[in-house]
Design a protein around this ligand. Structure first.
Ligand code: DX5
Ligand code: ZN
Length: 217
C-alpha cells in the first residue's frame, strides 16, 4: 500500500502560498481546506485562490470542502484545477450524484466523515468514491489534538474497503504528527494530511520525509 503525505496549507502563511507550496516539494498532494463559516466556524479561501494556487505549483491539489451545499460548489473546484475534491457526508444532499459529477469533470471524488458520523451508513456508497476521509479532529481548525477514539473507525473503514474489493484510498486528517501517524497507518490509513506537523517544523520538506518514513515503517 503506497503511502501519501499531503501537507495542509491551513497551517501555512496565506500571504506566501506559492512559496509555501514550494517548501513542501516531494509531498504527494497539497491539501487545501475550504471553510465557509457555516459548516464549520472558520473561513478560509475559495475558488479564485485555488485557481491561483493551481498556476503556482505542480503539486496536485487535494481540496477538502468544509462547506454547506457542496452539491452546488464542488464542481467549481474541479474546474478551478483540483485533482481531488472531498465533500462532507453531513453536508451533501445527493452524495452519489455529486461524486459522479466530480468524476465526470475529471477529478477524484472523495467523501469526509466528521468524528460522530458512522462509516457503516455509507457502506453502499463506497464504490462511487476514490477516497474516504476519516476526520480525526472536529473540522474547523489546525493544531488540534488527535482523537485516538477514531482509530477503530479507521480500522472498520479499511475492512469495508477490503471486503468490497475496492482500490480506494483512506485519508486521515487532524492531529496527524510524528507521534500519531504510525497508529493511523497501522489501523489502515494510506493518505495522511498534516498541517501543523509540517508547516510548524523548521524544515517542512524534511518533516514530510520523516512522516513518510514513519507511516511506511
Ligand atoms: C481541520 C483541517 C485540517 C487541518 C489539519 O479542519 O481539515 O486539514 O489543517 O491540521 P493539523 O494537522 O494541524 O491538525
Ligand atoms: Zn482538511
Amino acid at each position: 500500500m503506497a503511502v501519501q503525505i499531503n501537507p495542509s496549507i491551513l497551517s501555512a502563511d496565506f500571504a506566501r502560498l506559492a512559496e509555501e507550496a514550494e517548501a513542501v516539494k516531494g509531498a504527494d498532494w497539497l491539501h487545501v481546506d475550504v471553510m465557509d463559516n457555516h459548516f464549520v466556524p472558520n473561513l478560509t479561501l475559495g475558488v479564485p485562490v485555488v485557481e491561483s494556487l493551481r498556476r503556482a505549483t505542480d503539486t496536485p491539489l487535494d481540496l477538502h470542502l468544509m462547506i454547506e451545499d457542496p452539491d452546488r460548489w464542488a464542481p467549481q473546484y474541479v474546474e478551478a484545477g483540483a485533482g481531488s475534491v472531498t465533500f462532507h457526508a453531513e453536508a451533501a444532499a445527493a452524495p452519489v450524484r455529486l461524486a459522479r459529477e466530480i468524476r465526470a469533470k475529471g477529478a477524484r471524488a472523495s467523501m469526509a466523515l466528521r468524528p460522530a458520523t458512522p462509516i457503516e451508513a455509507y457502506e453502499d456508497l463506497l464504490p462511487e468514491l476514490d477516497m474516504v476521509l476519516i476526520m480525526t479532529v472536529e473540522p474547523g481548525f489546525g493544531g488540534q489534538a488527535f482523537l485516538d477514539v477514531m482509530l477503530p473507525k479507521i480500522r472498520r473503514t479499511r475492512e469495508l474497503i477490503s471486503r468490497h474489493g475496492l482500490q480506494m484510498w483512506l485519508q486521515v486528517d487532524g492531529g496527524v504528527s510524528a507521534s500519531t501517524i504510525e497508529r493511523c497507518a497501522e489501523a489502515g490509513a494510506d493518505v495522511f494530511v498534516a498541517g501543523s506537523a509540517v508547516y510548524g517544523a523548521d524544515d517542512p520538506a524534511e518533516a514530510v520525509r520523516g512522516l513518510r518514513e514513519q507511516a511506511t515503517a
